[in-house]
Design a protein around this ligand. Sequence first.
Ligand code: 3PG
Ligand code: MG
Length: 406
Amino acid sequence: MKMDYTSYKDVDLKGKKVLMRVDINSNIDVENNKIRDSPRIRALVPVLNEIYKESAVIILAHQSRPGNPDFTDLDIHAKEIETQLGRPVKFVKDIYGEEAINAIKELKPGEVLLLNNVRKFEDEMKEYKDFSEAENTAMIKTLFPLVDYAIVDAFGAAHRAHASIVGWPKMLAGPITDKELENLKKIMEEPEKPMAMLIGGAKAIDKFKAMKYNFDNGKLDYALCSGLTAILIFEALGKNMGEVNHKIIDKDLEANKDMIVAAYENYKDKIILPEDLIINDNGNRKAITIDEAGSYNTTTGDIGPKTVERFNEIIAKCKTIIANGPPGIFEQEIFRKATNEMVEAMVDATKKGALTIIGGGEMGAAASMAGKADDVSFISTAGGAMLEILSGNDLPMIKALREKKL
Ligand code: 3PG
Ligand code: MG
């Protein structure tokens, strides 16, 4: 992936009106309309102080997707940024209408304004193959002339060719992207071996493909599989994981079964699958074997102690460890244990000199909630975007930055 774009460092931002598209998509406790813990907001706050202190900053961002329960306005994000920043953050429940336009016009250097959830703009989420089409959307046409610079720094959403990510006629890369690429370069180039990938959470097939790509190119030595990726593999191999699990992965399974089985056959010594899984047994954690999953037919929300032990052994002997997705359903207290134990294992590996990178919101949140955020090498703000990089793909955001440099 070429990175010949214009950076925020190439211009003087002092006194300027700067629009920054960032990714502060966060884990939200919907019942209480509260942000749980947001590594992405924590990554944003210092750059507001260090880089943009003397600029008038307009922040554009999204939360979730239309139709999801956590598809909220960004007023709670404004509050959270304000609390962490220690100075006021203005919020308008508008994106490019009159209220937003007036607020942008009135904004002074040193002030911060957050616009509303950009995915409420109906043309935002088309996948724009042709970036000039995105340039012609009403939002871009309205906002771009109001600012001196558009800085696109939504690294966590860099794999989306959405209007606010690829549509600015001229774009600069921001500090979050710089830092991410600097860290991820270490695994894109020559990672120190042995290297392990800890794979969990959702997006099972994407993670499987990223794993396969890195086995095929010889970089990866071990894949520690949990979450839906493990379920997908087990089902491909003919295990019955229960209808509750099966129905989440059945489309991916149907479309990719032969590829999964063939790749598994090729790399089965290096793919470490769970030996035990955890179910919720009337509020208690109950460990079951893989063969029992079908008859219990319930959510297997975490990995069990035998699996944790096996994963620990491997992590301890690796020099590079990348985690993408938590091994358990981290949002639910009962399924949180192994995620914390894996964070712990990565912290220990870091102390012994390994490069440890955590991607995807949940595991980063787990690390910070355990007070361990600074004890691993790097917590990426990206999940899906990191997977694309790990799969050797270019990112639309980076491509747009290259094409639309100053
Ligand atoms: C994420 O959280 O993965 C990014 O913010 C992108 O969101 P999306 O997967 O809904 O496009
Ligand atoms: Mg996501």
